[in-house]
Design a protein around this ligand. Sequence first.
Ligand SMILES: NC(=O)c1ccc[n+]([C@@H]2O[C@H](COP(=O)([O-])OP(=O)(O)OC[C@H]3O[C@@H](n4cnc5c(N)ncnc54)[C@H](OP(=O)(O)O)[C@@H]3O)[C@@H](O)[C@H]2O)c1
Length: 263
Amino acid sequence: MSTSESSAVFAQNLFNLSGKVAIITGASKGIGEGIARIYAAFGAQVVLSSRKQEDLDALADEMQQQGADVAAIAAHTGDMNALKNLVEKTIERFGGIDILVNNAATNPVFGPSIDCPESAFDKIMQVNVKAPFELAKLCYPHMKLRGGGNVLNISSIAALTPDPGLGMYSVSKAALNMLTKVLAKEWGADGIRVNAICPGLIKTKFSEALWNNEQVLARFTKHLPIARMGTVDEIAGLALFLVSTASGYCTGGIYTADGGTTI
Ligand SMILES: NC(=O)c1ccc[n+]([C@@H]2O[C@H](COP(=O)([O-])OP(=O)(O)OC[C@H]3O[C@@H](n4cnc5c(N)ncnc54)[C@H](OP(=O)(O)O)[C@@H]3O)[C@@H](O)[C@H]2O)c1
């Protein structure tokens, strides 16, 4: 093998996920789907999870036809029994867990925080903070058995600067960032890395209210250094890096991918 061939192989191996099993919550669409597709393309066995089994089955069928090794296991992340079932079924199907992507999140209210009812606060905290923690705890012994692993939390730039109208969502994502750092510190010795991505405005169903009105979108993007919305693939690429060998020395990191919004 020539030097250039061997460096190409080395570079490809840096991102190779063959033999790795990844659970991705909120994988039926948007950013989670993008991450699922890129992990599968780089060789991982992927567990697609979200609330609607039929959406997951459709995506799994399509990905399998393209040669991916995937399983579709529905779970509402706010339901502890569903999370336990997700982990048990993953072990039954693939025999281990190496990667967890906590991507599912909720935002049931928009407006001043004074109007946020207790029930909405509890729901936001349950799905956006408690669920990633509980699922990470459930995956922890399995990652330890494999000699290490990766937890990747999909946070938001709302964690860094409060988003107008998204007060308690911002609070929940700030808590998720701190959870990332706490677990990174505690689990580093077990070979488990924990990182977070803070996306800016990415074109998905979740952010539709911000981009389906051209004037609102233009007001938002015109001051950005990269003056446009981001794409799912622009988050998925970073998500690949953060669970691959290429990022082996990164843990407890909070990585923005926001077109420069937070500069
Ligand atoms: N898009 C953005 O501009 C943006 C910006 C910053 C951060 N983010 C973050 O990026 C992540 C993904 O957002 P997205 O824009 O890709 O959203 P999306 O396109 O609306 O997709 C959300 C996914 O999560 C699933 N889901 C929702 N609630 C769930 C629950 N309780 N349990 C399990 N699955 C659930 C949905 O499927 P079902 O409905 O079938 O469950 C779907 O698969 C979120 O953490 C969000 O906070 C997004």
